[in-house]
Write a protein that binds this ligand. Sequence first.
Ligand code: SF4
Length: 335
Amino acid sequence: MDAMKFKDLDLEEVVKRVLSGTQLDRPEALAILNCPDENLDELLAATLRVREAMFGRRVKICVLRNAQSGICPEDCGYCSQSRVSRANIPVYRMQSVAELCQGARSAVESGAQRYCIVASMRGPTDREIAHLASACEQIRVRYPKLELCLSIGLLNLEQARRLKDAGADWINHNLNTSRRFYPHICSTHTWDDRVRTIENVRAADLLVCSGGIVGMGESDDDVVDLAYATRQLGAESVPVNFLHPIPGTPLGDSSFLTPERCLKAACLFRMLNPRSELRAAGGRELNVGLRQGELFNAVNSVFVNGYLTTAGWAYDRTRELIERAGFEVEPPLAP
Ligand code: SF4
């Protein structure tokens, strides 16, 4: 049987079904991801209707903090901080509680509503959990409205509960790609290990931030599977990264993305995760380039001030991008 084509989709009907909570089926999802470039404006317009119905025209700002850099024992092929990476990046152990609190202050001053503490590690020891919990407690007191997220690898239930008690709101743990493709990007842990961590996060009553990376050589089915998986896990926040190939990493020479491919992937994630906060994450500036403003038809959140080991746009430049595209940044928190 021939695959469904984008022109076979009734976009009016698709938007209605998405907004009513119906999950699009696989042929429809693949047709969206394979939308011809000449029809991309129609897809973006339909996606905007879903985005606006759920999130209006607001864009949330997030700031990352690399709390421990370049000393991870895992071997994720896209990551500059893995044990197999030869990338030239800063290497340091866990920052002090004072440094992590200072990071929260900088995030608020940069207009962020969400502060994400990220550490390169397989997973934290209980001592590291105590350290991070202490930072969370202090940040929570100083900035009660700042959304506080941690991305610190594999977590058991007790560790997740400790972070929840300390005031963390979110845990980020990306699935990254499909279960099928996962062995192609990592051999030191499995996709199922990641799902177990997300289940622990959920059981600890923390909010789940989980998305992935497009552009690693995966198939269309892998991208669609990832978008379905984030829906099935009920991830309240879904970051979509566009691979930024870093020299010295196994994927350092990869070049699979165009701005159009990135936009189609963002539309797909929005259509399959209509109620989730969808964030344009790493690789946005590099891969989407002059079409970045159109991403906001799908996403309602972005990172400013760069990523863990790659540079990105600062708040002012990003705000200008958002406003020129006809959207508005969420008001900054009080310092
Ligand atoms: S677990 Fe995280 S920090 Fe470690 S190599 Fe994988 S992506 Fe990088």
